[in-house]
Design a protein around this ligand. Structure first.
Ligand SMILES: C=C(O[C@@H]1C=C(C(=O)O)C=C[C@H]1O)C(=O)O
Length: 363
């Protein structure tokens, strides 16, 4: 995929070409700080030890509102050919994590799984992104060339539509919109509303959510002169799920960290990692296949330090030839989690990507 696109409800950034590429955040941050480049776009991996895929683009184009790609492009038929791990193994992993959570070794950890897909003809990443944005124009649709990360990422892209804003920095203002706590949507409006209300009232889900808001508060407090974190979360919905969400706002202390510095400070939050941070990251590294850029962050930062980063969920990596895709979904596990419910939650979340691809099989 040549270029980068981030489609948000209020504005879209699209870039083309590459005048420089960075595998390390430091090198990109340094180029921005020297004003050697006006803008850096791209993706940060889930695991901070892995390479990033950052690009200083040749040209950029900003438009108001979500991306308007025109009519929904047709996509070739695609099907699930494998699951990593198998649904049974995911359930077993969640059960083992619950044992560790009950022993007090961990407070929360996100368990993820993926599905591998094969298509009859190449899936153009831009067409997949167009379908995701048309399916939910309010979501944060993104398409990123992962080539700057090198190795197996050359020619690969990351395409998705995330409901979660890691951060937006505008001058000294910083905003975050973390999510954690999930319930499925229902076709019947009364059942749907009841599911949402039950999520909002659930102590288990509120506790899961609070690990994320506490993490963000602790990370932002030292770099802010003002910080507002509401006491209770609110409900938001996508086409597939309800989530608990908390809008967080702060005023940054001078010299204000850039959006890229803030992304590095906040990511990975316990919405995709866990608490305590080191133990959760170690558990994920020990139990899961590599997440690559799933669970990472996608966004941009300009030479003034402004920028936006969304959490890279509800997404897939598309192979260089477009014939193979890998889509992931995860969920926060706490001591009270049920392995069957967690498996179902990942299937529902996979529905964002699979729905845009026209794959109806439940993941
Ligand atoms: C990890 C994912 O989603 C995250 C986990 C959530 C949860 O555990 O309830 C909710 C929203 C996201 O922060 C995913 O979609 O893959």
């Amino acid at each position: 995929m040549n270029g980068f696109l981030l489609s948000r409800a209020d504005r879209t950034l699209r870039t083309c070409g590459s005048r420089d590429q960075y595998r390390g955040i430091d090198a990109a941050a340094e180029a921005l700080a020297r004003r050697a480049v006006p803008l850096v776009v791209g993706a940060l991996p889930f695991d901070p030890a892995d390479p990033a895929a950052l690009t200083a683009p040749e040209t950029m184009h900003r438009t108001a509102g979500p991306w308007q790609p025109g009519a929904a492009p047709a996509l070739p038929e695609a099907r699930i050919v494998d699951r990593l791990p198998s649904p049974d193994e995911h359930r077993a992993r969640v059960a083992r994590l619950v044992t560790r959570l009950r022993s007090g070794e961990l407070d929360k950890v996100v368990a993820a799984r993926s599905v591998l897909l094969e298509a009859d003809a190449p899936v153009p990443p831009w067409s997949l992104l167009a379908r995701l944005v048309l399916q939910d124009p309010a979501g944060n649709g993104f398409g990123v060339d992962l080539s700057p990360a090198g190795g197996r990422y050359v020619g690969r892209s990351l395409v998705g539509a995330s409901p979660e804003l890691l951060l937006r920095r505008t001058g000294r203002e910083v905003e975050c919109f973390p999510l954690a706590g999930t319930a499925p949507r229902h076709a019947d409006p009364a059942a749907d509303r009841a599911e949402g209300e039950a999520l909002l009232a659930s102590d288990k889900n509120r506790a899961e959510h609070a690990f994320v808001t506490d993490w963000i508060r602790d990370a932002l407090a030292p770099v802010c002169t003002e910080l507002t974190v509401p006491d209770a979360p609110r409900l938001i919905s996508t086409r597939q799920v309800w989530h608990l969400a908390t809008p967080i706002r702060g005023v940054l202390r001078e010299p204000a960290p850039s959006a890229l510095d803030l992304a590095r400070l906040l990511h990975p939050t316990p919405a995709v990692g866990g608490t305590p941070f080191d133990a959760a990251l170690a558990a994920i590294r020990d139990t899961e296949e590599p997440r690559g850029f799933y669970g990472g962050a996608v966004g941009w930062c300009d030479a003034d330090g402004d920028g936006e980063w969304v959490v890279a969920i509800r997404c897939a990596e598309v192979d260089a030839d477009g014939l193979r895709l890998q889509a992931w979904a995860g969920g926060g596990i706490v001591a009270a989690s049920d392995p069957d419910a967690e498996l179902a939650e990942t299937s529902t979340k996979l529905g964002t990507l699979l729905g845009a691809l026209g794959v109806n099989t439940h993941g």
